[in-house]
Design a protein. Structure first.
Lengths: 458, 1065
């Protein structure tokens, strides 16, 4: 105690020469509080799947698409926002200042920008640090690209290279300065921004997946495949998909999956996972017995198809989906290897390489069928092969954001356009292929306080 | 440690060396000329001895003298001192009468205000002080010292507009938006770091409340919300040994569980049946999360599935209709709370030394059975005067030990008809955690029993909290030259507390968590990933602070008429806190043995199928708060007519993530007094004392949670990926500034002839600049709310305080009245942020978390509503206005609303408040009654929640007044039951103008009755008081017709009765 008092006497006498007390006041007020500057700190900001939800995706994107059917009772039990998303309501988000599907993506973008900004000021002292810094930068760029991609698919009209420069894009934030008011770019700028981030991150990311919540080169290539398909560049898409597959990821053999549990897939140890993300804001709707799967899909499965038993459960009201790759009660919105195979097969089929497409389909389906029922698929009709690939796509990637993205993609050509319709209590709701309602409204706080232009609805 | 013990022993024993040697009683009375009023607090000392006495409220005194010749010195400040010679035992020793003449200086009375740095005589104080003397402190009975300030302190109000904050009171309104709005509490010269519950009110001598810049600016950056200075009892120089004993017991009425206005059980069950039939609960019933449903719904499910007949179901449900959980709770869980308080104090002093020692015990048997807390306080103070009065040394030690034990938690229920015990005496389970269907089959499915039986839980959980609080004050002052004094002070404080939460193996908590983490091996055998046994949590927190101060004081005359008083000094503070918490699974409280668990694997929870790892409660926390300050204070008095005061202070704090220059803030104040009645031209005899005061200056406010740079907390492991992560704490705000509050205070003090009516009136204006607030933010920035220096606001008000001696002449009957009136109006003058209409919703419900939002030209604590167009005649849906037309499209109504469309209903906090206290005395009896009033504010009355009802939970009785058929819209504003929950309609109705009620009310707060014996000749005691204190007597008048108390809308404050004895020897 004597010593402590001495310390005070010193601090005290220093007080009169003011600047000197600075040191006494330098003490951190909380041991766990930091100004993030070290590489570990910055990586820590990217690993925050709790507060800033770096691994959360959109649930509205699943509700908007046609994998999901709500019973009338189930519809009534949903929140107003979910009901309006489900019926593509013109007035969606009216009276709602915030919308998680929007704000969470922008939280992720903020954290990524904070990390990128921090890395700029970080000086490396060793080669090891250099590599670490490079990887963190790659991850930050990927998180930012993934977030903008999710936002683009929900809040912008479908991308089409010919109309994109005229359509509204997203406010593109490149810095963590919250006071900066950013207006909406055009859709082409938004698309190119995402591509640029991804192309840069591919150079920096590690090849292998160490933890599924952290991105790797595989994740970047998988996302690039999606974007190339949106762009209609199936040559590039197939290249990216092939690279992703070549980096050594595996498919899960469904013969080893026990279909009985309520959630058959493991949490993070599913080797098919590339990047974990789930719609963690939408647990109740995903878990409700009144949230059913579109019967059209159910009819597509053949005998011996393991997906039929693993993916679904019988409830008193009908058949519900339970095959979330998130391993959780919430829908999977991340990236997985099965999608990459299907992307590759579709890209090949659309560029006249049907046989090659079938080879990849056979690799995938072998893991999805009871061996007693599985025969190698053979076909020479390119049209039929494409249709086959698309059907398998429907049967495999359901209750993920993929379906909504596919609908937006297919609607770009009149031949493949799809009119969506659903019924609630006798009332019929439709979403036509060129509807403005493909772009969800932006939350009111961003319009009124942030000065953004609102999407038109009809 | 040994040294410490030695010190304690020394401090306790020193005081006891004064023996009692006197044996003849001398008594009498001191009055003042010309009014013949009793001189209260006059001192009578036998010259050359330490024997003396202080006159009581009636001006009477008594003391004991040994045989021989004595000279009594009778003195009273402001009056001429008299000496009186007497021989004991030959001269008459009783009914002595001294009449004192006014001193030429003519000070009407002397009080000193303690600022914590110095004691300022009232006549030289320019600032706004309120002194709560010992009598008033003791008037109210409470274990918490701050409660005793309510309704007696002008300008001070306890806020009840938002729940969830303890000791939430403000002095002269709020001058901060979202920083800590609590006033600073000073105890014995230093800011108090410990919990207020550790202060024994019986140790408190007086409390001074500092209300303006001149009074408080000495506390600088922490004084923005006002300062409460608590002074503990001290011995007095030359005072004979005095012993005081206090004992009292309070009994509180048991809680009124029927106060909250729920729909009747009958109506609720009918609603449940109707909702079940329309399929409302199907979504919850089949949910993979095993969501809970009510007993009635579970019965209906059984009936639907053919497990029971319709008749059986009807019988079961009829049983529920006749049950009310609240009756069972009152029977099994509640009792009248009993609080016992005892204290013993010994004090005294001689020429060179005085002391005060006290011990206190408070025991509370809480209103919930088998929950109790108690507190033991010990306190010893010694003051030494050495070296010809030049060296003063004081030391004080305060020890508090507190304990809280709770073995029961009152079960909560969403249904209110679940019985706790059946007619055969069997304890029954109620719904908790998982659905009844799931719990019923738990054991045969390999789980532990999953029932929650409230009556079996009593004693199955044991929560205990104990703390040891320890404070040592030391101070040394030395008079270097006459008038110049150097002073150093130090306070060491520490508090160590331990919280144990033991959930025995039979407790629901333990069984529930074990079940939740039970998985099954391939052969179907259960694997207990959390081993069977109890769960024990233990948290210990150790805090300590050092506060050190050194200052120079000067007091002295300048010239013939000038008097100067000044001080300058510096201080430093370091407060550190360390906390550890840990959890043991598979715990056996008999042996202390526990078992390890696997924290890294994710298990699927059996209850809701979520994926989680076993909760790990292992935390180490630590905080450091540092302050460095320098200050100076000067006051100059001229000719007893004019006083000028100046003060300046610079504060620095270890705020994190800011540049060094942002850590410091300079603050200042100045004040002026004019004793008008001292002027030669002043001739108004009826009002012999008039004084004008004015002050202006700046106080500050810290918000240490903000920073200029982005900051984050390091967290152990994320739920996904098992990685440590950084949780962003603050996005960073480079423009961050300290809050500053400019305060103007104008006051008039007066006293009529003979002190018949005295009081003061003060006007103040507080101008808050750079106030920190939290506002909604466009979420594309990465955050949804932002905290920064957004606004400025002005708070203006009046405080009027009047003391009237209505009847004083007749010795047998006295009647004094105290009245105060505080008026407080606030206005936001500047606001840099942008807000939309929805931001202004919800404040005013009384709930926690929904704070007010600033709007230029309006008060901060403003309640706004949406114009309501009544119910739709066809559907009973709530309507607002859309383009001027009634509309049920609530989303569009809310969305299209502009801020100007909001209706400003009024303030959410009282703008006019005060109290009227009457003290009557007849012979030895006295009665004091306090009536308080709070006016000029509104609140949103509680109403139904369709969200609750549609989830199957009981709601407000407004449900029974809802729209049901066309035409009902004429008689009701309560919307019809919707087919599905529409949050926009709920927002529209909940914020509609029809729910606004006026909060104005007058309440009879308390009555205190006492019987006092002064120096009864047969007993060797100085004073004996027996009292009865009745508190929370009820609302006398209220503006609203609702049956509820406007200030306590969910839990009614219950009446209490205290019986007590105070004895002085």
């Amino acid at each position: 105690m004597k010593l402590t008092i001495n310390k005070y006497v010193i601090a005290f006498s220093l007080l009169f020469s003011l600047g000197a007390c600075a040191e006494f006041l330098d003490e951190k007020p909380d041991i766990s509080l930091v100004v993030p500057t070290s590489l570990d700190d910055l990586q820590g900001l990217l690993d925050d799947s709790v507060l800033r939800r770096m691994n959360t995706g959109s649930g509205a994107i699943v509700i908007s698409a046609d994998d999901i059917i709500l019973s009338d009772v189930g519809f009534a039990a949903r929140t107003l926002m979910e009901r309006q998303v489900y019926t593509w309501d013109k007035d969606l988000l009216q009276g709602t200042p915030n919308f998680p599907d929007w704000s969470i993506s922008y939280q992720q973008i903020f954290n990524a920008n904070l990390v990128l900004n921090g890395l700029e000021n970080f000086e490396i002292n060793s080669a090891e640090e250099g590599l670490k810094k490079q990887r963190i930068k790659g991850r930050a760029l990927f998180y930012r690209a993934m977030a903008y991609h999710n936002l683009m698919e929900l809040f912008c009209l479908p991308y089409n290279p010919s109309t994109a420069p005229q359509n509204l894009g997203l406010p593109l934030r490149k810095s963590n300065n919250i006071n900066l008011q950013v207006t909406r770019s055009n859709l082409e700028e938004t698309f190119q921004f995402i591509l640029k981030d991804l192309n840069e991150s591919v150079e920096l990311l590690p090849d292998a997946i160490d933890v599924v919540t952290r991105p790797s080169k595989v994740s970047a290539f998988a996302l690039l495949t999606r974007l190339s398909m949106i762009e209609g560049d199936f040559e590039m898409a197939s290249e990216y998909a092939r690279t992703a597959i070549s980096l050594g990821n595996e498919l899960k053999d469904y013969n080893t999956v026990n279909a009985a549990p309520i959630i058959p897939f493991p949490f993070t140890s599913n080797q098919e996972l590339i990047f974990h993300q789930s719609a963690s804001f939408y647990g109740t709707i995903g878990f409700s017995p009144e949230t059913m799967v579109n019967p059209v899909i159910l009819e597509m499965y053949e005998e011996g198809d393991l997906r039929r038993n693993i993916f679904f459960r019988q409830t008193p009201s009908g058949i519900s989906f339970k095959g979330n790759y998130s391993g959780q009660i919430t829908w999977f919105t991340g990236l997985a290897m099965d999608e990459v195979y299907l992307n590759l097969a579709e890209s090949l089929a659309r560029t006249g390489r049907g046989q090659e497409a079938l080879d990849y389909m056979n690799i995938l389906l072998e893991k999805r069928f009871n061996p007693n029922f599985f025969n190698q698929i053979e076909n020479t009709d390119e049209e039929e092969i494409l249709q086959f690939v698309l059907n398998e796509r429907r049967k495999t990637l359901l209750f993920r954001p993929v379906r909504w993205m596919d609908l937006r993609r297919f609607n770009q050509s009149a031949a493949s356009a799809i009119v969506l319709s659903r019924q609630v209590g006798g009332e019929v709701f439709t979403l036509s292929p060129n509807s403005l309602n493909f772009a969800l409204p932006i939350p009111e706080n961003d319009i009124e306080l942030g000065g953004l232009i609102q999407n038109k609805r009809e | 440690m040994k040294r410490l013990l030695y010190l304690i022993v020394l401090l306790f024993t020193v005081g006891l060396s004064h023996a009692r040697q006197s044996d003849h009683l001398v008594s009498g009375k001191v009055t003042l000329r010309p009014t013949k009023e009793a001189a209260i607090g006059a001192s009578i000392v036998a010259k050359g001895t330490s024997i003396g006495s202080i006159t009581d409220l009636d001006g009477e005194f008594s003391l004991r003298l040994s045989e021989g010749k004595h000279i009594l010195i009778v003195s009273y400040i402001g009056y001429q001192t008299q000496e009186f010679e007497m021989n004991i035992p030959t001269d008459a020793a009783s009914n002595l009468h001294f009449e004192l003449f006014e001193d030429a200086l003519g000070l009407s009375e002397v009080e000193v205000f303690s600022t914590g740095y110095q004691e300022i005589p009232k006549e030289r104080a320019t600032g706004s002080f309120v002194q709560v003397d010992n009598k008033l402190v003791n008037r109210r009975i409470s274990t918490n010292i701050l409660d005793r300030l309510e309704d007696i302190t002008p300008g001070l109000i306890f806020n009840r507009d938002m729940s969830g904050t303890q000791n939430d009171f403000t002095i002269r309104g709020t001058s901060t938006l979202f920083s800590d709005a609590r006033p600073l509490i000073i105890i014995d010269n230093f800011p108090h770091d410990g919990p207020l519950e550790n202060i024994n009110p019986n140790d408190v001598e007086s409390i001074t409340v500092l209300r303006d810049a001149a009074a408080a600016s000495i506390w600088g950056a922490k004084a923005g919300n006002g300062v409460v200075v608590i002074t503990t009892k001290k011995g007095k120089k030359g005072m004979p040994i005095k012993v005081s004993i206090n004992a009292n017991t309070t009994v509180v009425q048991p809680r009124d569980l029927f106060y909250e206005d729920f729909m009747s059980v009958d109506a609720f069950i009918d609603a449940e049946k109707m909702l079940f039939n329309r399929g409302q609960f199907a979504d919850r019933e089949g949910n993979m999360g095993n969501l809970t449903l009510s007993p009635v719904v579970e019965t209906l499910i059984k009936q639907r599935d053919g497990l029971i007949s319709a008749q059986q179901a009807e019988n079961i449900i009829d049983g529920y209709r006749n049950t009310d959980l609240r009756r069972d709770l009152q029977r099994f869980f509640y009792r009248p709370e009993v609080r016992q308080q005892y204290s013993l104090g010994v004090s005294g002093g001689s020429e060179f030394h005085n002391y005060s020692i006290s011990a206190g015990f408070d025991g509370i048997k809480q209103e919930i059975i088998s929950n109790a807390n108690n507190r033991v306080t010990l306190n010893a103070q010694n003051n030494f005067t050495l070296a010809n009065n030049r060296l003063k040394i004081n030391s004080g030690i305060y020890l508090t030990q507190g304990r809280r034990i709770s073995e029961t938690a009152v079960p909560s229920s969403n249904y209110l008809y679940e019985p706790l015990r059946d007619p055969n005496g069997n304890n029954l389970p109620i719904i908790r955690g998982v659905s009844r269907r799931f719990a019923e089959n738990a054991q045969e499915n390999g789980f532990l029993n999953w029932d929650y039986v409230p009556l079996d839980e009593i004693g199955a959980t044991q929560d205990s909290f104990r703390q040891n609080d320890f404070r040592i004050n030391t101070g040394i002052s030395y008079t270097i030259l006459p008038g110049l004094e150097a002073e150093v002070m130090h306070q060491y404080w520490s508090n160590s507390s331990g919280t144990e939460q033991l959930r025995k193996s039979e407790s629901f908590f333990a069984r529930d968590i074990i079940n939740d983490y039970t998985t099954f091996a391939s052969n179907g055998n259960p694997i207990r990933n959390i081993p069977n046994g109890g769960v024990r949590d233990y948290t210990d927190v150790f805090s300590q602070s050092h506060q050190f101060r050194a200052q120079l004081k000067y007091n002295g005359k300048i010239g013939d008429k000038g008097y100067i008083s000044g001080l300058a000094g510096a201080e430093a503070k370091n407060l550190t806190t360390r906390g550890n918490s840990n959890r043991w699974y598979g715990y056996d409280s008999e042996t202390g043995a526990s078992l390890p668990v696997d924290y890294t694997t994710f298990f699927r929870n059996s209850s809701n199928n979520a994926f989680n790892n076993i909760p790990r409660v292992q935390n180490v926390s630590g905080t450091v708060t540092r302050f460095v300050s320098g200050y100076a204070n000067l006051s100059y008095t001229h000719d007893n007519k004019y006083v000028l005061s100046l003060s300046a202070r610079q504060d620095g704090s270890n705020i994190f993530g800011v540049n060094a220059n942002q850590r410091l803030v300079p603050l200042w104040s100045t004040g002026l007094n004019w004793n008008l009645s001292e002027e030669s031209f002043y001739k108004w005899d009826a009002v012999p004392f008039v004084r004008l005061r004015s002050t202006y200056g700046f106080n500050g406010n810290v918000n240490s949670s903000l920073s200029a740079f982005p900051t984050a907390f390091i967290r152990q492991a994320s739920t996904i990926g098992n990685l440590p992560y950084l949780a962003l704490n603050n996005p960073g705000n480079p423009d961050l500034r300290w809050e500053r509050i400019g305060i103007l205070n104008l006051a008039l003090d007066f006293e009529t002839k003979g002190g018949r009516l005295s009081g003061n009136i003060e006007y103040y204006s507080k101008n808050g600049i750079d106030l920190i607030g939290t506002i909604p933010f466009p979420s594309n920035s990465g955050i949804t709310t932002f905290t920064g220096n957004f606004s400025s606001m002005v708070t203006r008000g009046w405080d009027l305080n009047l003391n009237s001696k209505n009847l004083r002449q007749d010795r047998n009957f006295k009647w004094n009245t105290n009245f105060f009136l505080s008026v407080n109006k606030e206005e936001v003058t500047d606001f840099e942020g942008l807000l939309n209409a929805t931001s202004y919703f919800d404040y005013g419900t009384g709930g926690s978390g929904v704070g007010p939002r600033p709007r230029v030209g309006y008060p901060l604590h403003a309640v706004y509503t949406i114009p309501y167009a009544g119910l739709d005649p066809d559907t009973g849906n709530p309507r607002g206005f859309l383009d001027g037309e009634p509309s049920t499209n609530a989303g569009a109504v809310i969305s299209s609303m502009e801020i100007d469309d909001l209706i400003f209903e009024g303030y959410g906090r009282p703008t006019v408040f005060g109290a009227l206290r009457n003290d009557f005395a007849w012979k030895n009896f006295s009665v004091s009654a306090n009536i308080s009033y709070r006016m000029g504010y509104v609140f949103r009355r509680p109403t139904l929640s369709y969200f609750s009802l549609l989830n199957g939970w009981i709601t407000h009785s407004d449900y029974e007044r809802r729209w049901q058929n066309p035409g009902d819209e004429v008689i009701t504003d309560v919307p019809s039951l919707p087919s599905s929950y529409d949050n926009n309609s709920a927002t529209l109705y909940n914020n509609s103008e029809v729910l606004i009620e006026r909060g104005d009310h007058i309440r009879l707060q308390d009555i205190r009755m006492s019987y006092t014996l002064q120096s009864p000749s047969k007993l060797k005691i100085d004073r004996l008081e027996v009292f009865l204190y009745l508190n929370n007597l009820g609302v006398l008048w209220k503006a609203t017709d609702l049956p509820l108390d406007p200030d306590f809308r969910t839990v009614r404050p219950m009446r209490s009765m205290t019986f007590g004895v105070n004895l002085n020897l």
